[in-house]
Design a binder for this molecule. Structure first.
Ligand SMILES: [Zn+2]
Length: 549
């Protein structure tokens, strides 16, 4: 028996595998769709007609019949915060349906109270993902609401945008914050009519929540990494990103990838204070040039989020959040400081990625990129604007001139499109949010992303959203900005690889590249209106199966 199976093993093992019998999207420069692909070890050995690939493979190759399924390059997360949704292994999920099940403030208080009961006295209770505009009350919870859940535990909950947090009275006390405390630069602590803190903290005022509260123990971290990995590969993702990595997490991720705890490949974007420390000689970055871990662009945030009313616009919000009809958000980093920082990072030869949602923030970013690239010209700098949500056509022209890659959060139209029309931007501006089609028409290279855990890392839903621009209510918001299926697929594969300087090794199915691919239940071209309902059958990273349905 042993001898027989050993012989069989030999008979079909030349270390080469051929996939054929389905639709194989290469995403090469010609967007070729081919009959077959051959893999040897961790690389792609052949791509083309079935006959040619079988010839390359030889007689002892393993042959896999796709039976009408499709293959795409493994998805690459152009911007997210790995382990993303993995944090929900540890932190309360306060999202509204369809992601979670919080519909009103009482739901949220009940979840927090239950978690507080299970938590040792005095320890933090943390939740993520509430959305004020989806709560029945249409407002942010306050510290009084959270005090109903517990006064024996400090509580912090973060808004779905990640740009606001609410804390209870004990948490304010612990941070030494009260009526007399001043707002930090680039942030705001909301106050009631009497000037007392409501517990709602915006932008830099909530930095302590990210830096101190959301700091899990090693044991928690392993669970979170495992859950984040599982979620990524189950969606066909083979390269993830942590798009704002603090200094202390860089060695942690380095160990995690070295120990094989992260299933997909990982790109880190160090936070700007990491760049400052490196340039001051206080810190060195590890050599990380793949194939498991890369250190990529330096990440800055020029403003906040539109649905948190902290995106920085040139024109007022459609329905302002308070009494000021001219309210248009605010910058997170002052214009001059942004320019000085970006120029300094350019001078050191660093790639730079800047978060900008509102068009006023995008103006500041483009001015800074123009200044930096004039002072320190570089052939191939690949500067990125993350989200570029309200980019105007004239700003897309400037991006083309400066070689800027906009990375659109194209699931915005699905999750928040209805409210952008009626509340934040109004119908005219909402129609031009995440303007991928105009950007492509101007010759820009574009990526799209989920910003997980802001919304779940689901590249197929993301592609569907960029192609259809349907809101939750089914309205098509900005039909002129819909893009083709091939363009959307490029934006989550080869162009995402390009934006992070990974395109020599990843992002397309071409001979010599890593064998990273996803097998889908059907071709995304078959019915573009149902791409979100395709399933990932198998995910292969470096020739090895890392997920099977
Ligand atoms: Zn982000």
């Amino acid at each position: 028996m042993f001898i027989l199976s050993f012989a069989l093993f030999l008979a079909c093992d030349s270390g080469r595998t051929v996939y054929s019998g389905g639709t194989i999207f290469t995403m090469d420069p010609e967007n070729r769709v081919v009959e077959a692909i051959g893999i040897e070890g961790d690389r792609i050995g052949a791509v083309g007609t079935r006959e040619a690939v079988l010839n390359w493979a030889g007689e002892r190759a393993r042959i896999v019949d796709l039976a009408g399924q499709a293959i795409v390059p493994g998805f690459i997360d152009a911007h997210g915060h790995f382990p993303g949704g993995g944090v929900y292994a540890q932190v309360l999920d306060l999202n509204a349906p369809p992601i979670g099940d919080v519909e009103k403030i009482d739901d949220l208080v009940a979840l927090l109270a239950k978690r507080a009961e299970e938590t040792a006295q005095g320890e933090w209770v943390v939740g993520m993902g509430y959305d004020d505009t989806l709560l029945e009350e249409k407002r942010h919870p306050t510290r009084q609401d959270l005090d109903r859940a517990s006064t024996d535990h400090p509580i912090a909950i973060t808004h779905v945008s990640g740009h606001l947090a609410v804390v209870n009275s004990m948490a304010l006390e612990r941070q030494g914050l009260d009526q007399a405390s001043k707002d930090p630069e680039g942030g705001l602590m909301r106050r009631d009519a009497k000037g007392e803190l409501t517990g709602v903290l915006e932008e830099t005022a909530m930095d302590f929540v990210h830096q101190e509260v959301l700091d899990p123990s090693l044991f928690d971290s392993l669970k979170i990494l495992r859950e984040g990995s599982r979620r990524a590969v189950s969606q066909g993702v083979t390269t993830v990103q942590n798009g704002l990595t603090p200094a202390r997490l860089i060695p942690a991720f380095q160990w995690a990838t070295r120990l094989g705890l992260v299933a997909p490949r990982l790109v880190l974007w160090p936070a700007m204070d990491v760049a400052d420390a490196v340039l001051a000689g206080d810190m060195t970055l590890p050599e990380a040039k793949g194939p498991d871990l890369w250190i990529g662009a330096i990440k800055l945030s020029a403003d906040g989020s539109i649905q948190g009313y902290t995106g920085y616009l040139s024109e007022p919000y459609f329905v302002p959040p308070g009494d000021d009809p001219l309210y248009r958000g605010y910058p997170r980093i002052a214009r001059d400081e942004l320019r000085e920082r970006i120029t300094r990072y350019y001078g050191a030869g660093m790639q730079v990625a800047v978060h900008g949602n509102g068009d006023a923030a995008i103006d500041d970013i483009l001015d800074a990129f123009a200044h930096a690239s004039k002072k320190f010209p570089r052939e191939d700098a690949r500067p990125i604007i993350v989200h570029a949500q309200m980019a105007r056509p004239d700003q897309l022209d400037r991006m083309a001139e400066l070689g800027v890659i906009p990375s659109f959060f194209s699931l915005h139209t699905f999750y928040w499109g209805d409210r952008h029309r009626t509340l934040f931007m109004g119908p005219e501006r909402a129609a031009r949010m995440s303007p991928a089609a105009t950007a492509l028409a101007k010759g820009l290279r574009v990526t799209i992303h989920c910003d997980a855990p802001v919304v779940p890392l689901e590249p197929l839903r993301l592609v569907w959203s960029a192609v259809n621009r349907r809101t939750r209510s089914g309205f098509v918001v900005g039909p002129a900005e819909r893009i083709g299926v091939m363009q959307a697929l490029r934006a989550v594969t080869i162009d995402a690889a390009y934006s992070m300087f990974l395109d020599d090794d990843l992002g397309s199915l071409e001979v010599g590249k890593f064998a990273d691919l996803a097998i889908l239940s059907a071709s995304p071209l078959e019915d573009p209106t149902t791409i979100d309902r395709l399933s990932v059958i198998e995910t292969i990273r470096g020739g090895k199966s890392v997920y099977t349905r």
